[in-house]
Design a protein around this ligand. Structure first.
Ligand SMILES: Nc1nc2c(ncn2[C@@H]2O[C@H](COP(=O)(O)OP(=O)(O)OP(=O)(O)O)[C@@H](O)[C@H]2O)c(=O)[nH]1
Ligand SMILES: [Mg+2]
Length: 352
């Protein structure tokens, strides 16, 4: 009976059961992922998201293994950004299906902001992607937004690598669409696609110039029904704005197209553009160098984020921080004087 109950729980709520599964030996994950086993892949991605040190270590070994034994070649990583409600999930679902029907192996790493509230245990309808999730060539993983680095689930970058090792060659990353998440997402992909609504100017859509500058392709979505002509005009307006920006890579040009995600209009043109973009990156060796630059960027980002957590593990340092904060609160110390004192303790702790 208990077995049946477990199976039911597995179907309803995969995250719940996976969290409690014991860690398997490294070779089981390596072989499973290498064979494209989705269940093993899902378990491995859960290890990446875990806060438990044994699981984290196993995840790091696994990521290391695939980083060093590049089985995946010529994959394409795409960030899909844009304001809330613009149609990111819809685009990924329909365009993903379009690619999966063409025998591309599509993985979707959707970042579900609502999972921060319910701890990633209940997948919202929005991230379920029913059409795509049942496709034999697709894999969908709504990440928990619980542990965030700059608005993007911390493990998303590693998750991309494992999906590629499992044979997926087009990876979509859907951003939360708030704050800095577009920037962080663009730092883990080869190409950034920005979706826009027909009609509204960029100030109305809350899209900042910086986000437009990061885009390699702008798609004015919902170019169907009454909105079709407006979408065409919007695309023209964005195209003229884009011409003011320098392309991100020397031999690429950012463009604006209109599409309808629900009708699939414009998908051929979008795919052609994406494929040309990738070929252009490969031709100039940007494809590889950009990914290496990104590795350096993430190392720095993690260094900044993690170093404080590491220091706080030293009791003397942690206690002094507490004491100094109290002194600042009482107006006895300025922040720079306090930091100066702290520097000495850190130097002792690190033996430098
Ligand atoms: N008419 C039309 N509606 C669309 C199209 N694409 C998306 N929509 C609708 O727009 C609404 C929002 O779509 P989502 O895909 O959830 O948008 P999103 O950008 O993922 O939203 P968040 O994840 O909340 O930021 C839904 O009601 C969709 O049905 C389209 O091409 N045409
Ligand atoms: Mg969405």
């Amino acid at each position: 009976m208990a077995k049946i109950h477990d199976d039911k729980a597995f179907n309803i709520n995969p995250a719940f059961v996976l969290k409690h599964k014991p860690i398997k030996p490294l070779h089981t994950y390596i072989e499973g992922i290498g064979n494209g086993d989705r269940f093993i892949l899902s378990e491995a991605l859960t290890l990446i998201e875990s806060e438990e040190s044994a699981k984290k270590e196993m995840a790091a070994e696994l990521v290391d293994h695939f980083q060093n034994n590049k089985t995946a070649k010529d994959t394409l990583r795409l960030a899909i950004t844009g304001a809330p409600g613009v149609g990111k999930s819809t685009f990924i679902e329909y365009f993903g299906k379009y690619l999966a029907d063409k025998e591309k192996k599509v993985a979707v790493l959707a970042i579900d902001p609502s999972s921060q509230v319910n701890k990633g245990s209940i997948l919202g309808d929005k991230t379920r992607m029913n059409l795509l999730s049942t496709h034999v060539n697709a894999y969908i993983r709504p990440s928990s937004a619980g542990s965030m680095l700059g608005g993007v689930a911390k493990g998303t970058k590693e998750s991309i690598l494992l999906c590629e090792a499992a044979g997926y060659n087009v990876i979509f990353v859907e951003t939360v669409g708030v704050g800095q998440s577009e920037f962080w997402a663009s730092m883990m992909v080869d190409m950034t696609v920005l979706l826009m609504q027909p009609g509204a100017g960029d100030e109305i859509q809350g899209i900042k110039r910086g986000i437009m500058e990061m885009a390699d392709l702008i798609l004015v979505n919902k170019a169907d029904g009454d909105q079709k002509n407006t979408a065409l005009q919007t695309a023209k307006a964005y195209q003229s704005v884009l011409s003011l920006f320098k392309p991100r890579f020397s031999n690429t040009v950012a463009e604006v197209f209109t599409i309808s995600s629900i009708n699939g209009t414009g998908f051929d043109q979008v795919w052609q553009k994406i494929d040309h973009f990738k070929q252009a990156l490969i031709a100039e060796n940007h494809y590889r160098t950009n990914r290496i630059e990104q590795e350096k960027f993430w190392f720095d980002a993690m260094l900044k984020e993690e170093i404080l957590a590491l220091l706080m593990k030293n009791t003397a340092v942690a206690n002094q921080i507490k004491t100094l904060k109290t002194a600042i609160e009482k107006g006895q110390l300025s922040s720079s004087a306090a930091f100066h004192q702290l520097q000495k303790s850190i130097a002792i702790a690190l033996n430098i």
